[in-house]
Design a protein around this ligand. Sequence first.
Ligand SMILES: [Zn+2]
Length: 234
Amino acid sequence: MLETTDIQHLTSNIFRMAKIVVLMGAPGAGKGTQARLLQERLGLPQISTGDMFRELAKAETPLAAEVRAVQAAGKLVSDDLVIRVVHERTERSDCEHGYILDGFPRTTAQAAMLEELAGDQGNTIQAVLVDVPFDMLEMRATGRRSCPVCGEIYNVYFKPPKVEGVCDLHPGTPLTHRADDTAEKIRVRLTTYEEQTRPLLDYYEASHRIHRVDGTRDPEAIYADVEKMVTGVE
Ligand SMILES: [Zn+2]
């Protein structure tokens, strides 16, 4: 049983954490892992635009009908409509103490709309960038190998198997490499990311709200920094 004072302490901690976390990072930077850890350990739900739109495809609400009508007409969902979707989703009780946004905002226009929403909800925004140099992201992807039998992941640069090309536990089976993980394709993905994200990084930079976390370390070390930034507790 928790004592009343414990509950008050917990509650005050939670209230200090009523934050919108805008989690940013290049493909392969490990953003997803950090979002999962924040969700598990701080109870902040991860709100992804992909999930929201999948849910809306089946939901019976006026907003869902509006989104479906736009999509059925083959039109792009406007920023205004997206922010209303985010608003509706984040009014639910699981977002009461804050939430993590994934895939939103994508543009500075959306970021400005998010400011308004945060104001309405009494939340503050923290942008966290899981920062990994592009050459390392390239090595992570091009060096990645997996065992088709047990799923174990290796990396020829960072975590090579004991014997080249085969799993430590399944020496009879050659490791496989994803066709998408060629240097050329990765550079395209990273360039696209850079072009799309740069304005947003500048936007948060200008208001001193971007927190850069060194994403070259192991996930727990990264998480320790991310949590400090999100909770404001050193
Ligand atoms: Zn194996």
